[in-house]
Design a protein around this ligand. Structure first.
Ligand code: FAD
Length: 398
């Protein structure tokens, strides 16, 4: 068993890896290099409870006592600047060298911005860290009119939280539909209707936007028109923190290429969470479930090479207004989508040519998602099933 494991990144994947190593009996040293000052925390509440609760608390992964019991050696706030693979050393931003027997990269991503001028404006916000949420919440309380740039999941959640806080919202999406990369057109339409119903002024297909300043307030130029806002929140996706892996010569594709056990092209280096490429889909699945479960599987494999490989379908959820939306699987070309509407829920089933479920998007129906995970895992043929008939009980397929 290795005597020292170094984890770069003190986020969700880093936290779950550290906990799993201890749960599985690793008694060597675990070093965490974290550029944030906070204990391990999870990010989904940042666009929800952290903006809405009267006194939001850091959404810790573990209680203080539980984290203490992990007996970790923290290097924070510290940035890992480079990996010297020949020497098995991580270089820190204070010049310190940290030797490792095994290394886990769990560096996540950073919020993308359309340009540096956006970064420089004091009323342009992004949402990735706890501090971002605290700042944004404060600004929302002082705002009447907010621009959200980006109609993906995070942009939509911010729009929903802002509407719940009584703020007027204009949402700009460059593409012709909302969440276009992760769901099909029927689901995009549903999301559009939902947000328009709640009073969000949604502008899809708006093309490239420009930003200027109007006496300290941000001004957005779109289609020859200028509009002034109290604040702009940008949610146009994530730049994965892949620089360390690239500079170290690890195999990187759309994210760091790993096997089912999270091992990179260097057998002493592993990757977990947003930066680890999903084996089945060949892309970065940026979700809470992947950050936790793939990190757990990777940590197990770091101390036991016979540990089972991680192979779960992508799954993420989003809370918007009073809706819980769950997305299982990723869109696949050639799939056809059928819709099932019930009084309290709507389900979008996408089936491949072989009748297998390729994606399910469920509005307010966690039970069916649970069942669908099993259909997906077993490759069940659903082509003869009356999925759209609300009188047909899906639970009969258990
Ligand atoms: C606002 C928001 C809402 C979300 N909502 C949902 C949701 O509703 N449902 C869902 O399924 N998913 C959601 N997600 C996605 C989910 O939170 C992420 O997929 C998950 O946090 C990824 O975990 P991670 O550990 O890989 O990365 P992170 O949680 O980003 O952690 C990476 C950490 O590494 C640090 N780091 C990076 N580089 C270095 C370095 N060189 N040295 C030291 N430290 C470094 C970073 O500062 C960060 O603290 C949301 C994400 C955000 C931002």
């Amino acid at each position: 068993m290795s005597s020292r494991i170094v984890i770069i990144g003190g986020g969700q994947a880093g936290g779950w890896a550290a906990k799993t190593l201890r749960d599985e009996g690793f008694d060597g040293e675990i070093c965490i290099v974290a550029e944030e000052v906070w204990d391990f925390y999870e990010r989904p509440p940042l666009s929800k409870a952290a903006l809405l609760d009267a006194e939001p608390q850091l959404p810790r992964l573990f209680t203080q006592d539980a984290q203490q019991a992990l007996n970790l050696r923290w290097f924070r706030p510290r940035r890992a600047e480079a990996i010297v693979r020949d020497e098995k050393v991580v270089m820190l931003d204070n010049g310190e060298k940290l030797a490792y027997d095994q290394l886990l990269l769990a560096t996540g991503g950073r919020a993308r911005l359309p340009g540096n001028d956006w970064r420089a404006h004091p009323q342009v916000y992004t949402l990735r860290h706890w501090d971002d949420a605290t700042r944004l919440k404060q600004r929302l309380a002082e705002s009447q009119r907010l621009a959200v740039v980006g109609g993906g999941w995070i942009g939509l959640e911010i729009a929903a939280s802002a509407r719940k806080s009584g703020v007027d919202v204009v949402l700009f999406e460059q593409q012709s539909a909302l969440c276009q990369r992760s769901v099909n057109a029927a689901v995009s339409e549903e999301l559009l209707a939902l947000h328009r119903e709640q009073g969000v002024d949604v502008r899809c297909g708006c093309g490239a936007l420009e930003l200027s300043d109007n006496h300290g307030r941000p001004e957005i130029h779109c289609d020859g028109q200028r509009e002034t806002f109290d604040a702009v929140v940008v949610g146009i996706g994530v730049e994965l923190n892949l620089e360390l892996a690239r500079a170290a010569g690890l195999k990187v594709d759309r994210a760091i290429v790993v096997d089912g056990q999270g091992r990179t092209s260097d057998p002493a280096i592993f990757a977990a969470g947003d930066v680890a490429q999903h084996l089945r889909y060949g892309l970065s699945v940026q979700s809470w479930a992947f950050a936790q479960n793939q990190a757990v599987a990777t940590a197990k494999a770091m101390i036991d090479p016979t540990a089972p490989a991680y192979d779960e379908a992508a799954w993420l959820w989003s809370d918007q207004y009073h809706h819980n939306i769950q997305i299982l699987g990723v869109p696949q070309s050639g799939s056809r989508t059928v819709v099932r509407r019930e009084p309290r829920s709507t389900l979008f089933f996408s089936l491949g040519e072989d009748g297998q479920l390729t994606q399910l998007v469920a509005f307010n129906d966690a039970r069916t998602v649970k069942l669908a995970k099993r259909w997906m895992a077993s490759g069940r043929d659903l082509s003869g099933v009356p999925l759209t008939d609300p009188d047909f009980s899906l639970m009969s397929l258990r």
